[in-house]
Design a protein around this ligand. Structure first.
Ligand code: FE2
Ligand code: FE2
Length: 273
């Protein structure tokens, strides 16, 4: 995916760049790219990407990026202004239902899981790729940690572990498996980019851990998941979800697990309290 440096920096707002930590900048870039990917899907009918306000007014995204300040960068996608109500969830929501009604179009994670599937990687890795960034719909800050916590009660430990540590590890190359430092970061932020110390510590911890490769494979598949115009679907993954995600019989969000409140917030992002 081509990134227009000038347009990307414009989305950060005047003066914001100097106030951002290097980690903030890298996060902002990744989410900008994911947002662009989803916009391209919504604009595939040839119309200009639009943002829909609660009162129904539609504003061209390009116009908005220039004139309006952005909401806090750490805010999840579900909290952006939108024209229509969210589709109501069923009485017993499933993970697939969350993909269809809350995460859609989810182009980036679907591309990542598709790449893992097409290259015959283990089902566990495919499942991890499918879930690795879905929490960005809820919150973007420290998304590896939030994303792991979201699914921890429902998957084997290695899947959530991999999701937690893909976030710090993506800044560190690993020649042995062919993971290069993303060239994109050099072009956008310069060659002197240094992750914050807590990121470095987490990456060092993960590097020596027996589950290291779980996280590393997520970062590898991630680099193949920003392709423009690629059509993907949740359908090929439904059976893998059935085998690797313990769907609670009460429905996700209604099962009183340590993260069910997070699923409820995703289901009902408009609730005031
Ligand atoms: Fe990520
Ligand atoms: Fe990602």
């Amino acid at each position: 995916m081509e990134v227009d440096r000038r347009l990307f920096l414009a989305t950060l707002g005047a003066g914001a760049l100097e106030l951002m930590t290097p980690e903030d900048k890298a996060e902002a870039l990744e989410h900008y790219m994911e947002g662009k990917l989803d916009e391209m899907v919504t604009a595939r009918d040839g119309t200009e990407p639009m943002l829909y306000m609660p009162d129904g007014e539609a504003i061209a995204l390009a116009e908005l990026e220039q004139e309006n300040p952005r909401p806090p960068r750490g805010t999840g996608t579900l909290f952006r202004p939108r024209a229509s109500e969210f589709a109501p969830m069923s009485d017993k929501p499933t993970l697939v239902e969350f993909f269809e009604k809350r995460f859609a179009p989810a182009n980036h994670v679907l591309q990542s899981a598709t790449h893992a599937m097409e290259t015959s990687q283990p089902e566990r890795t495919i499942m991890a790729c499918l879930m690795h960034d879905v929490v960005l719909n809820l919150i973007k800050v420290d998304h590896g940690w939030w994303g792991a916590q979201l699914i921890e009660p429902y998957v084997e430990e290695r899947i959530s572990w991999g999701i937690r540590y893909h976030a710090p590890l993506r800044f560190y190359p690993d020649d042995a498996v062919g993971y290069e430092y993303p060239e994109m970061y050099n072009r956008i932020f310069g060659n002197d980019y240094v992750p914050e110390p807590y990121i470095a510590r987490a990456a060092a911890f993960a590097k020596d851990h027996r589950y290291y490769m779980e996280a590393r494979l997520i970062t590898l598949n991630d680099t193949y998941a920003f392709e423009e115009g690629k059509v993907v679907s949740i359908d090929p993954f439904v059976e893998i979800i059935g085998r690797h995600f313990k769907q609670p019989k009460e429905g996700l969000g209604l099962d009183n697990s340590p993260s069910s409140h997070m699923w409820r917030t995703i289901a009902n992002p408009d609730r005031p309290l």
